[in-house]
Design a protein around this ligand. Structure first.
Ligand code: S3P
Length: 181
């Protein structure tokens, strides 16, 4: 099995949905760090933020990314939107494989998040600014970190998850043939 494939990007860019499609098309395992954190702790991400705070969540996230990248070489890995905040995670994700940054503009992201019924219940607010302002603010501060970690940028605006997955596959190059590398 060749190198892994990592999806990074802000909330609502479709990392989990696109990741599942990619894994199926490429015949690879799919792992999702947020779902893994929830399964291990028996709590929603929102509850973890509320009960223990963001720094404790970031420690769990770092630990989970380390275990998933060690345990599932060659997998498709969907990350949480803040996984790129720690330098150690950015390095680890790059070492794991090809990193695709899924993007969309803030207005589209806020529309997607508001249309997703699990979003408001399951996702903690990251600032007190409210959805669109929060997205603009957090995205502006994180964009250099996403850019630093990414091998390719995949715009998802106006694309179906299927189309975004095909764009990732097109960017992978010949060493990632469908059916396993
Ligand atoms: C976060 C994004 C979330 C989750 C947590 C923090 C962030 O992941 O990890 O709520 O800091 O952007 P998704 O991008 O899957 O929503």
């Amino acid at each position: 099995m060749g190198r892994g494939i990592v999806l990074i990007g802000y909330r609502g860019t479709g990392k989990s949905t696109v990741g599942r499609i990619l894994a199926e098309r490429l015949g690879r395992a799919f792992v999702d760090s947020d779902r893994e954190i929830e399964a291990r702790s028996g709590r929603s991400i929102r509850a973890l933020f509320a009960e223990s705070g963001e720094p404790s969540f970031r420690d769990r996230e770092e630990q989970t990314l380390a275990e998933l990248t060690d345990g599932f070489p060659g997998a498709v890995l969907a990350t949480g939107g803040g996984a790129i905040l720690r330098e150690s995670n950015r390095r680890r994700l790059r070492d794991f494989g090809f990193v695709a940054w899924l993007t969309a503009d803030p207005v589209e992201l806020s529309r997607r998040l508001e249309a997703d019924p699990t979003s408001l219940a399951g996702r903690p607010a990251l600032t007190s600014a409210g959805t669109l302002a929060e997205i603009e603010q957090v995205l502006a501060s994180r964009s250099p970190l996403y850019a630093e970690a990414a091998d390719v940028v995949i715009p998802t605006g106006g694309q179906t998850p299927e189309q975004a997955a095909l764009a990732v596959i097109a960017a992978l190059g010949p060493m990632f043939d469908e059916g396993g590398a």
